[in-house]
Ligand binder design. Sequence first.
Ligand code: PLP
Length: 428
Amino acid sequence: MLYTRSSQLFAEAEKVIPGGVNSPVRAFKAVGGTPIFVKSAKGAYMYDEDGNRLIDYINSWGPMILGHAFEPVVQAVIEKAKLGTSFGMPTELETQIAALAVSMVPNIDKIRFVNSGTEACMSAVRLARGFTKRDKIIKFAGCYHGHSDSFLIQAGSGAITFGTPNSPGVTAGTAKDTLLARYNDLENVAALITANKNEIAAIIVEPVAGNMGCIPPNKGFLEGLRQLCTDNGILLIFDEVMTGFRLARGGVQELFNITADIVCFGKVIGGGLPVGAFAARAEIMNYLAPLGPVYQAGTLSGNPLAMAAGLAMLQSLDTDRAIFQRLEEKTAYLAAGMEKVLKANNVVFTINRIGSMVSVHFDAAPVVDFQSAAKGDNETFKKFFHGLLQEGIYIAPSAYETWFITDALTYDDLDFTIQAVDKVSKTF
Ligand SMILES: *Cc1c(COP(=O)(O)O)cnc(C)c1O
């Protein structure tokens, strides 16, 4: 496959956009080469500017769980656009999608819509701080909660107790209120809580981690976090921007039967338009302006096009209850097929999977946290990525990303992918 026009377009983009992309994960920095420019997409496929067809395992990083240009979403957006694209005033549509989301997700009474997952997590933490009247939060190394200042903190030696900024521009003052813990390590969390008694407002966690590859929680990890929070007056925030409306109708709370205090959404909830949301029981949500003292706002929040897309998406997921089972079966089939051929070709690897999230790591040890995820062999990953691309298969250009399976994929697509993995892994 040739990508000449994409390369030309990238060169043009680089002149006027930093790095040629509007979000760094789209650049090919970790794998080399230049990003592919998309012209259109339908179902499980993307079509690029050179006329290549790519089987898509990223699906806009999650939202296109029912495939690209999903008809009910497209129709809803077209119809709404004719009636005006933004009012800055309430619409009935906002109540409809809020009521549906509240009916699908356990333990939430009220939900507020924003424009991105970043905004959802940032606002959830502010709300938790306002509600508990405490300043500090605990986050886990390798978990991503968007790009707001408090979350751009990564683990490094000596950074176990106090976070150090990993992006210039994040002040030391902000960083000191973010405490870092190891994923799947309850003792580490308990020690942080003891060392910061009555100072921690919230623990924010990806209840199934998806931003260091796919890392499901160990048995007892989420239950332990719940207990620690309850015992210490800390709010448990589930960042379900990736997992919400994907791993189950009601997200990870439903999947593992665990109650979070605040839940963040993004990605699937917008059906491919810019939407995020955060939700909790009424007691907490009533702390938000205009009812309560915690301020949060947005000119385009609850935008009619975005809400129309989100509502059509949630309605589709709500009506066809077999979707999550189908997604699980397709993903298990793909994972088992890849495992078989990688083994046959003597590749050193670990595959992690839960529901419709799967990741391939080129290391033999179990991948359970950021440290173990970081051990994967990046040189092998580069060959894997570019090899699959030549076969017309698109996975994320980074070894730290999860594959997102869409219901639009057929078993023929999955078989084709497994054969391509076989072919490519023979060249390692
Ligand atoms: C993608 C993601 C975010 C950020 O959402 P944006 O819409 O990109 O701002 C936050 N948390 C998790 C778990 C995510 O996967």
